[in-house]
Ligand binder design. Sequence first.
Ligand SMILES: [Zn+2]
Ligand SMILES: [Zn+2]
Length: 140
Amino acid sequence: MINKKKTLLNEIKEILKSKGIKPSYQRIMVYNYIKNHINHPSVDTIFKAISGSIPTLSKTTIYNILNLFAKKGIVDTLTIDKNEVRYDFIKKAHAHFMCKICGEIYDIHLKSDVCLKDFVEGHKVEDTHVDFKGVCKECL
Ligand SMILES: [Zn+2]
Ligand SMILES: [Zn+2]
């Protein structure tokens, strides 16, 4: 178990290095958290989850790490929640649905192929954001 964890941390180390990021322990832990939590966490959520095991960690540090990850194309910043920025590990383009009642943000698979193209009407797409809001199936 311990060895498995070590391997995982080493893997993350290599990924960060390959993106030109110095793999500090805090960066590795934030990367590990966001990769494994697909619920679009905010800085607060990440802080509450991992600060217990990293006493020196501050919210500002997490914010700075996520900013760096966003610049390097590792995470996406979501603005669907007007109250706080939420973060998403970058994967295939997908839409988001935010529930007005519980605040949960769900991934929605895009079926319209216009959203999945690299080019639309001759323009090169670098970012795709499709946001839906309403009441989620759990709250209905
Ligand atoms: Zn809900
Ligand atoms: Zn998402």
